[in-house]
Design a binder for this molecule. Structure first.
Ligand code: KG4
Ligand code: ZN
Length: 374
């Protein structure tokens, strides 16, 4: 082990993933362990906060232990502990944060408090470090798009020594549902299982995205804000207006109850009309996300665009961003799937910047469910 490298343990528990990771110097991922709760929340079609907190309690100790073991270190080798302070579900945050505080106290190590959204930004840089790709140039516009968040930030570097210490300006965000939430709700309406994003992503490729035109959301005062609840309601009305879609919805519900929830199995139970509806829904969401983000990037004179969060895995979103941003001479960066969904490596990477700046916390640290990113 290199004695000069700084080892940060990241702990993440803001929503439905219990995660721990060890990252060296904010750049090299030595381990990243994620215990997903999808199976627990699946039958409710969304995250149930109370169940999430209880599962974090069950998972936190083995997950941290696993991250330490996989990194081939001991707890005493750590230089600091980074915990997610917010935003997120308060009961869920409390588990990781309390565990991190206790660990820091017991080991006599510094504690740093990370904003979950800053973690998503750092995930993109971590990916570039891991793959040896070019690092995104600043200033940059970052779209964080997941089941809990849909928000655009302008990111600037505030460090003068080349360290990755960012300042963030919120440019826009959703006025109602997050984009991932819209995917999950539409999947529920159409009986496509939970989470909805990955299945809709695959099925959309088989439909005509121009078949149904959804009205553009009208948002007053800002052209960088999003609204996704309208499109979800439009899908609901469409289903109500087309009772002939009901038998296949029932057939898919039954298939899912039997455990047949793969995209291929579900595709066989979708008529062309449903595949068109799915493709049109996705096209509308993707167009919305890309148009607003590109407008923000142009206004900010951004050199690059970062897209992070669970929905960043979407095939059409990636392709559309790459194609449209290229026309404007802006490079787009996406983390790998493992780094774009919730993980603790991104928390450790963001925590390293705070550690380097000496921004330490004490035992009075509390979770903040609506923590703003600044
Ligand atoms: O970041 P994430 O794992 O968890 C949080 O929400 O924090 O994101 C999960 C969300 C879910 O809403 C899921 O449906 C969506 O990301 N998602 C996708 C895709 N994969 C996951 N949405 C669209 N296309 C995908 N390929
Ligand atoms: Zn997240």
């Amino acid at each position: 082990m290199n004695p000069t490298q700084k080892l940060i343990l990241g702990i993440e528990s803001s929503c439905d993933e219990t995660a721990a990771a060890v990252v060296a110097d904010g750049e090299r991922v030595l381990s990243s362990v994620v215990a997903s709760q999808i199976e627990i929340h699946r039958k409710y079609g969304g995250v149930v906060p109370e169940l999430a907190s209880r599962e974090h309690l069950r998972q936190i100790v083995p997950v941290v232990r696993e991250a330490i073991d996989q990194a081939h270190i001991t707890l005493h080798d750590l230089d600091a502990i980074a915990v997610t302070q917010g935003p997120g579900l308060v009961g869920a945050l409390l588990v990781g944060l309390t565990y991190g505080k206790a660990l820091a106290l017991a080991l006599g190590k510094p504690l740093v408090a990370v904003n979950h959204l800053a973690g998503h930004v750092h995930a993109v840089f971590l990916e570039a470090c891991a793959t040896g790709d070019r690092r995104p140039e600043l200033p940059t516009i970052c779209l964080i798009v997941s089941g809990g968040h849909t928000v655009i930030y302008e990111v600037q570097n505030k460090a003068t020594n080349g360290a990755r210490q960012f300042s963030y300006t919120r440019i826009g965000g959703t006025r109602d549902d997050a984009a991932g939430e819209a995917y999950d709700k539409v999947a529920r309406l159409l009986a496509l299982g939970y989470p909805g994003g990955p299945v809709i992503d695959k099925l959309a490729a088989h439909g005509n995205p121009h078949a149904i035109r959804f009205a553009e959301p009208k948002i007053r005062d800002s052209h960088h804000d999003f609204s996704f609840s309208g499109i979800k309601t439009a899908v609901l009305y469409h289903i109500q207006k087309h009772p002939e879609l009901q038998p296949e919805i029932t057939a898919r519900k039954e298939a899912i109850a039997r455990g047949e929830r793969g995209a291929e199995a579900l595709r066989k139970l979708c008529t062309p009309a449903t595949l068109d509806l799915i493709a049109s829904f996705q096209r509308s969401v993707v167009t919305n996300l890309v148009t607003s983000t590109l407008a923000a990037a142009q206004e900010a004179g951004a050199r690059s665009i970062l897209v992070s969060g669970g929905v960043a895995a979407n095939t059409e979103l990636r392709a559309t961003f790459e194609r449209e941003a290229k026309k404007l001479n802006i490079e787009t960066f996406f983390p790998s799937r493992a780094l774009s969904t919730d993980n603790a490596a991104m928390i450790a990477a963001a925590g390293y910047s705070l550690f380097a700046a000496g921004e330490f916390e004490d035992a009075t640290l509390d979770p903040v469910p609506n923590l703003p990113l600044v």
